[in-house]
Write a protein that binds this ligand. Structure first.
Ligand SMILES: NC(=O)c1ccc[n+]([C@@H]2O[C@H](COP(=O)([O-])OP(=O)(O)OC[C@H]3O[C@@H](n4cnc5c(N)ncnc54)[C@H](O)[C@@H]3O)[C@@H](O)[C@H]2O)c1
Length: 448
């Protein structure tokens, strides 16, 4: 099948590459010429495990190409998959300008039937807006799809994406479910054909009305964010009452109705999805006169939790951190990605800087992104490796649970730090084990 993917970011590139791998003929479009240049020169503009290999093999096989040429990309795909960003607008609602721009571009250039797929995370009602935008462009051209000789009709489908950065290839290839919101048989047939290879093991396709599909994606992310904030708030209580949140987690996770997944206490969620999707769903609910009080709490708890490490550091070293230096392990909002959008590391670093401290940071994947945002500055040093970051620091602060941080050489940590103090925002270690090594340890939800 000929497929065009509009937007070559985390979702667009993974979707495009994986669909090409299945034998489809895929063109990925982006408005950012820098990204397309990198891709056309054999590089990959983002870090996602396994993505480079899939892209390279499919480019070599002639099934995957990249372009900035809208006319070419619209002409190519029967399926036009919109995978552009939907960042938060000022009022918290999803900013749909990129989605609508993509829809208009299709309407301006299409000359035959297209299935336009909203893969971006978009609020309820967006498919109608996309339909309207395409129709307006067709009208401007004097092409009424019903009566034109060219008969360029189109369908709009909602097909939200549930992949996780860091495990995106696997998630795309082995989805728990494929949600299709559609209202016409022709579009459903095309979607069934495109996703047929994913159905071999069992039926994963869930066809529903468009609004339910749009809401499903937000509901999923809001539920996951709720679990995290619930555990974080409980962790803070555990600390106060002298309980250990890790015991509590195991105790409740064993209940099959609760389960162990997504039940870790930590220093807050970040990234390009949970924060903005919680905000957007809240906004939608407000627009319909039904504020979601649970989600307001989820957001408030998370905003506070992103500063929990900072508060622990201040409690230990005082409000004035002038002359203090901290080693920071982990900049990405989670392991397996270079994405630092709304990452807790940024709240921690900026809080330390504003109190006069300096930081040496290390991350296995996100150094380039961090440099891109913060550049060269006197209070930030970029380390070559985790050990290098420790040199002469007053304490080690762990923000992201990368595998490479899970079994460090504690003797090296002790030797390199000015004083052996660890602030562990992801509960990577057992407090008793670390204390037995003569290291002062501050975890989340685990101290009296
Ligand atoms: N990142 C994730 O883990 C994830 C998971 C599921 C869903 N989503 C959703 O998928 C969507 C895309 O997210 P992302 O993380 O891939 O974003 P991203 O910012 O990495 O990529 C978006 C790309 O779209 C391009 N773009 C913008 N307007 C365009 C246009 N008119 N034509 C062509 N290209 C255009 C941008 O240049 C950018 O490269 C968002 O709605 C997001 O919420 C993301």
């Amino acid at each position: 099948m000929k497929i065009t993917v509009i937007g070559s970011g985390y979702v667009g590139l993974v979707s495009g590459a994986c669909l090409a791998e299945l034998g489809n003929d895929v063109v990925c479009l982006d408005v950012d010429p820098r990204k397309i240049d990198i891709l056309n020169n054999g590089g990959v503009p983002i870090y996602e495990p396994g993505l480079e290999e899939v892209i390279k093999s499919n480019v070599a096989a002639g099934r995957l190409r990249f372009t900035t040429d809208v006319a070419e990309s619209v002409a190519h795909g029967l399926v036009q998959m919109i995978a552009v960003g939907t960042p938060s607008g000022e009022d918290g609602s999803a900013d749909l300008q990129y989605v609508i721009a993509a829809a208009r571009a299709i309407g301006r250039a299409m000359t035959e039937y297209k299935v336009i797929v909203d893969k971006s995370t978009v609020p309820v009602g967006t498919a109608d807006k996309v339909k309207q935008a395409v129709q307006e462009e067709l009208d401007k051209r004097g092409l009424d799809p019903r009566f034109s000789i060219l008969n360029p009709g189109f369908s709009v489908v909602s097909n939200p994406e549930f992949l996780k950065e860091g495990a995106a290839i696997d998630d795309f290839n082995r989805p728990d479910r494929i949600v299709i919101g559609a209202e016409d048989e022709q579009a459903i047939r095309v979607m069934r054909e495109m996703y047929a290879p994913f159905q071999r093991n069992h039926d994963r396709l869930m066809v529903m009305d468009i609004k339910s599909a749009e809401l499903t994606k937000y509901a999923a992310n809001a539920m996951l964010a709720t679990r995290i904030s619930f555990m974080n708030e409980l962790a803070n209580l555990a600390e106060k009452v002298g309980a250990d949140i890790e015991h509590v987690r195991k105790g409740i996770g064993s209940d099959q109705r609760i389960g162990y997944h997504f039940l870790y206490a930590g220093c807050g969620y970040g990234g390009s999805c949970f924060p903005k999707d919680v905000r957007a769903l809240k906004r939608t609910a407000e627009e319909y006169g039904l504020p979601l009080k649970v989600l307001q709490a989820v957001e408030d708890v998370n905003d506070a939790q992103k500063s929990v490490l900072l508060h622990k550091i201040i409690r230990r070293f005082g409000e004035n951190l002038k002359g203090k230096h901290f080693a920071l392990w982990g900049l990405a909002f989670k392991p397996g990605t270079d994405d630092i959008r709304e990452a807790t590391s940024r709240v921690v670093m900026e809080g330390l800087w504003s109190r006069g401290a300096t930081v040496t940071a290390y991350d296995p994947a996100a150094m380039k992104e961090t440099r891109h945002i913060y550049g060269e500055r006197a209070d930030l040093r970029y380390a070559e490796n985790p050990k290098d970051a420790l040199h002469e620091a007053d304490a080690l602060v762990i923000v992201t649970e990368w595998k490479a941080f899970k079994s460090p050489d504690f003797n090296v940590i002790k030797a390199r730090l000015k004083q052996p103090v660890i602030f562990d925002g992801r509960n990577l270690f057992e407090p008793a084990d670390i204390k037995a090594l003569g290291i002062e340890y501050h975890g989340i939800g685990r101290e009296g």
